[in-house]
Design a protein around this ligand. Structure first.
Ligand code: ACO
Length: 335
């Protein structure tokens, strides 16, 4: 009997657009302060694209880096998964756009729309394909361009200051060595009764006509958020998901080398750490430099941790996310 495969990450890469926008830059265009943003979220700066750059462009740059990091040839990739809430177009999805940009063969390309949980949802899909032997080298890209549709008026400033643009990618392959490395488990959750806590309702194909003057006049095409509900639920759901994931693998927080929570807000990350009784030194926190990059936030932090030598072969790395939907998730990886 051949050894059953686990899914390992053989390469990571990230790409942030060069333009840095500090809290002081935001002070010049909206009614906010550096102090308010730092105190409430821990964010100091974020990256914004120049108009004309889409999330598929950021994803392309990240993918090139991940493929190189995995010492792979583009021709070896046999499946694409693209997670984003900000695709270039309504349709088609970003998966096919990156397939074309990378010059890949006519391989399958799947789009994932699970907002801040998108990376872990995508990882769980990739894991099943690799474990069953369906695919041997999956490119998973997560990328967001959010800066082009943020409401800098008082009605949207709670949300506008939090988000940034960015991308990261990973390469996933089977590991049949029996050394125990790889994705140990993924755990996915949702509760749609909170859909309106964080959403963007217009334009909506359920309206005829889909585009009408009132929603534009009322600025209803911007994302809206009930920040307090999101804060409360994110702080509770992420520790809950991590606890379930660790128990599933008969592990404890002492076994964890690095926890990578979705970078929603540094105060949420601190609450998650407190809830799990895990020291902050073991928690990835880079929101000060990038803001909230939604699906891209976990793989950006993962790439940083890997490149900085913060995680070593055999380490237990735990990912957790929470976001619009609500959806939330956790994954345990032996690196
Ligand atoms: N600058 C200055 N003042 C602001 C800003 C801003 N950018 N935004 C809101 N305010 C004002 C409000 O208008 C309000 O003023 P008022 O008291 O005169 O009415 C005051 O600040 C306090 O507003 P609150 O909403 O009560 O502030 P709160 O302490 O709840 O913090 C925040 C708001 C930061 C959004 C918080 O609720 C939060 O972090 N929520 C989580 C949101 C989040 O992480 N979303 C990310 C997306 S989802 C995800 O990734 C999990």
């Amino acid at each position: 009997m051949p050894m059953s495969a686990s899914t390992i990450i053989t390469g990571t890469g990230r790409y942030l657009p060069p333009r840095i926008v500090t809290n002081f830059d935001l002070e010049k265009i909206m009614n906010t302060t550096d102090e308010w943003i730092r105190q409430r979220s821990g964010i100091r700066e974020r990256h914004y694209v120049e108009p004309g750059t889409g999330s598929s462009d950021l994803g392309f740059e990240a993918a090139v880096r991940a493929i190189e990091d995995a010492k792979s040839e583009r021709s070896e990739i046999d499946f694409i998964i693209f997670a984003t809430l900000s695709p270039d177009y309504y349709f088609p999805g970003n998966g096919v756009l990156i397939q074309h940009k990378l010059g890949l063969g006519t391989i399958g390309a799947l789009d994932i729309r699970n907002q801040c949980s998108g990376f872990i949802y995508a990882l769980s899909v990739a894991d099943q394909y690799i474990k069953t032997g369906t695919f041997k080298k999956i490119l998973l890209v997560a990328a967001e361009v959010q800066s082009t549709n943020l409401d800098y008026s008082d009605a949207g400033r709670d949300l506008a200051v939090l988000f940034g643009d960015g991308a990261a990618a990973v390469i996933l392959e089977p590991n049949r060595s029996g050394d125990g490395r790889g994705v140990l488990s993924t755990h996915l959750f949702s509760d749609g009764k909170h859909a309106s806590d964080l959403w963007m309702v217009h334009p909506s194909p359920k309206n005829k006509p889909t585009f009408y003057p009132e929603f534009i006049a009322n600025r209803e095409y911007y994302p809206r958020m009930d920040g307090r509900n999101v804060f409360k639920n994110a702080s509770e759901r992420m520790p809950e998901a991590v606890t379930i994931a660790l128990e599933h693998n008969r592990l404890t927080v002492e076994d964890v080398a690095l926890l990578i929570p979705h970078q929603a807000n540094d105060r949420i990350s601190q609450m998650v750490a407190r809830g799990l009784k895990i020291p902050l030194e073991k928690v990835a926190r880079n929101i000060d430099r990038y803001g909230n990059t939604t699906a891209a936030s976990i793989p950006i932090a993962l790439d940083e941790a890997a490149k900085e030598g913060r995680i070593k072969r055999g380490d237990i790395v735990v990912l957790t996310a929470f976001g619009s939907g609500y959806t939330w998730a956790a994954a345990v990886i032996r690196w």
